[in-house]
Ligand binder design. Structure first.
Ligand code: WTA
Length: 646
């Protein structure tokens, strides 16, 4: 099989700031002298109150385990994203906001306006008692106030924890309690694809299970009639007493900037903690490098700020770079499959960054909705969140980008803060489906199951051998879990949880998670979380959840459920369990297939054999392998015979 290679287009090779030789030089320098390299980047890219004199201070070994960068530096992240741009580009647009409803007017917020909004928001929070180091949970729709709230926290030195607006009351309550937020910032309602999302009502339900919560600050977004209780405050009323100026807090480089909850292979979602300087530098540097950002570009990352992609590439990266960032309230395919391209035309977007799952959904609608738009402003396309299948890659490249826009496929994780393996548009030839090469400072290593490092062309588990500034620093409240989760599988290295192949040209091809995490529409979900939700139901005795291939979502959720002796399978119970899981976690946890199973395949020691369940879910019933270690091999025959097709 010959692999398609898309060479760097001539115009890109000429105009890009980083060409092949420059990339190679940067990479070499970053590996030969990481401290010198990052200290120089930190000084040139960020504004400091006190410049750091040291760069990396880290060890992945248990005895002296630590991850710190630029430890003696002092700065403020909001100052870097807003104030420092005022002199040169105060009147330029910082945020373009595109509403859900296409007939409504977009909003354009200049850096000067952003400064005033963030200061006022910070003063409102401060008056409500928020101080440096406090946690603030943000449960917001995609409206500009969400950005103001995030930056207001950074200005005060409070730690924001943004929770995706699609999560349920229970999921929200767990996240409020875990980090001990006393305050939640929310809106009366959100809007998405013409639907209303009752955010305030969900916060009220969450509050019953989150005793730490004292105050709910409510932004009026739709004007819906929502009940206001003793702990609730309207943002627009608080604003009347808020000053336009707020001095940014002086923060240590290693002071926490935010917590973002993400799913792992075991237990509850963990609070990934990022600190101020290293994270901001990573977001800013990778945004500039991967997207060859230059002043005047309109940059659109079509994610939600509830995910890390939104943190790094709607807010922190572009704003640290003084860019114009587009924030879109709605869905790419609403009211119709043309919408995403209409937004591109309306705002003359240069760079579009989205997820493969969105592309696959759009691709299904055919080329017409795309061809009905101009897209002449586009010069670069990006993807993130899951492996992109070559068909979707080619469609994105040829139909959406008319063959003239390179595709930057960025591999990274909530834990890494920003892109890690990705092409640079002026430096890297592209291969559809490959995230290509590591960025400067990133040292990927492939290991076999014994932890032996594999050289050259190989397939294995992806680890990172050395710390980088954007690395997460801890799991909130559980430093031991941080070490256990990422540094014990392959001692001395950060283990990503992903499988990966490296080809003869040194290109990396991510093959997906090798742990019990599934990637549904680019969103991480722990199978254990779905299982815990299922077994909470009174009629469920036991549940096992695995991923299955899904042509739009990438992976779907396949659940095997064993009922209690007094319960029996029915259509009704089937529907009830699907609704139950959605209510427990949120709509992203919608079961794609549910199989009632009289029993689950277990080893004699009682361990569920997930390998077999995965194979059955994939429809690969011929390749079940050795089942002789099962306590009762007949269980498998029943599962195969009653396999559910999604
Ligand atoms: C997967 C999202 C292949 C991967 C930024 C990773 C990808 C997980 C890619 C992290 C990509 C992300 N190609 N797989 N370009 N990008 N992944 O924390 O399995 O939501 O471990 O961060 O998504 O998901 P997370």
């Amino acid at each position: 099989m010959t692999e398609a290679v898309y060479p760097v287009p001539q115009d890109w090779a000429e105009r890009a700031r980083v060409d092949r030789a420059e990339y190679e030089r940067l990479y070499r320098e970053s590996v030969d002298d990481p401290d010198g390299f990052w200290l120089a980047r930190a000084r040139e890219r960020l504004d400091w109150i006190a410049e750091p004199t040291t760069a990396g201070d880290w060890s992945f070994d248990e005895a002296d385990f630590r991850v710190r960068w630029f430890a003696d530096g002092k700065l403020n992240a909001a100052y870097n994203c807003v104030d420092r741009h005022l002199k040169e580009r105060g009147h330029e647009t910082a945020i373009i906001w595109e509403p859900d409803e296409p007939s409504e007017e977009p909003r354009r917020i200049s850096y000067r306006e952003l400064h005033a909004e963030v200061c006022r928001f910070a003063n409102v929070l401060a008056r409500l008692g928020v101080a440096k180091g406090d946690r603030v949970t943000i449960y917001m729709p995609m409206i500009p106030e969400a950005a103001f709230a995030v930056l207001a926290c950074a200005r005060l030195g409070a730690i924001h924890s943004v929770v995706f607006g699609g999560f349920s009351a229970d999921a929200l309550a767990g996240r409020i309690e875990d980090c001990g937020s006393k305050i939640v910032v929310t809106a009366d309602e959100g809007r998405r694809g013409g639907k209303r999302i009752p955010l305030k009502r969900t916060v009220d339900q969450a509050a019953e299970k989150a005793p730490s919560l004292q105050t709910v600050l409510v932004v009026q977004a739709t004007g819906a009639d929502v009940p206001m209780g003793p702990r609730d405050r309207w943002y627009h009323q608080e604003l009347l007493q808020a000053d336009d100026d707020c001095v940014p807090a002086e923060m240590d480089a290693e002071d926490p900037l935010f917590i973002l909850y993400t799913s792992g292979s075991t237990g509850k979602p963990k609070g990934v903690l990022h600190t101020t300087a290293g994270y901001l530098l990573w977001a800013s540097y990778t945004h500039a490098l991967c997207f060859d950002y230059r002043p005047g570009d309109v940059f659109w990352c079509a994610a939600d700020i509830g995910w890390v992609t939104g943190h790094s590439y709607i807010l922190y990266g572009p704003l640290a770079n003084g860019a114009t960032t587009l924030m879109y309230e709605g869905l790419p395919n609403w009211p119709d499959a043309s919408r995403i391209w209409q937004v591109v035309d309306r705002h003359q977007v240069h760079t579009l960054f989205t997820a493969p799952t969105a592309l696959r959904a759009l691709m299904k609608e055919g080329d017409e909705p795309v061809l009905a738009t101009s897209r002449k402003s586009l010069r670069l396309l990006g993807t993130v969140g899951e492996p992109i299948n070559p068909e979707a890659w080619r469609w994105y490249h040829e139909v959406a980008g008319e063959g003239r826009c390179p595709i930057v496929d960025t591999w990274w994780q909530t834990e890494t803060g920003g892109a890690m393996i990705a092409p640079l548009p002026g430096a890297t030839d592209l291969k559809p489906g490959s995230a290509t090469k590591p960025l400067p400072g990133v040292r990927p290593v492939l290991v076999d199951e014994h932890g032996r490092e594999l050289e050259g062309e190989a397939s294995g588990n992806l680890c990172i051998a050395a710390s980088w500034p954007g690395q997460m620093r801890t799991v909130w409240g559980d430093h031991e879990r941080f070490f256990q989760t990422y540094f014990t599988t392959y001692p001395g290295m950060y283990f990503t949880g992903d499988g990966c192949r490296r080809d003869a040209d040194g290109y990396y091809w991510i093959t997906g998670r090798v742990d019990d995490v599934i990637n549904v529409s680019g969103h991480r979900l722990g199978t254990a979380e779905v299982e815990s939700a299922l077994v909470l139901h009174a009629q469920v005795a036991e549940a096992a959840v695995v991923g299955m291939p899904h042509d739009v979502k990438g992976q779907g959720i396949y659940a095997y459920v064993t009922l209690n002796a007094d319960a029996s399978p029915s259509e009704e119970l089937h529907g009830e369990l699907r609704a139950w899981v959605r209510r427990e976690i949120g709509p992203i946890a919608t079961l794609d297939a549910l199989q009632f199973a009289p029993a689950l395949p277990k080893t004699r020691s009682g361990k569920i054999m997930r390998r077999i369940l995965r194979k059955i879910a994939e429809g690969d019933t011929g390749g079940l392998g050795d089942t002789s270690t099962l306590a009762d091999p007949a269980v498998v025959d029943d599962l195969v015979a009653n396999r559910v097709r999604a």
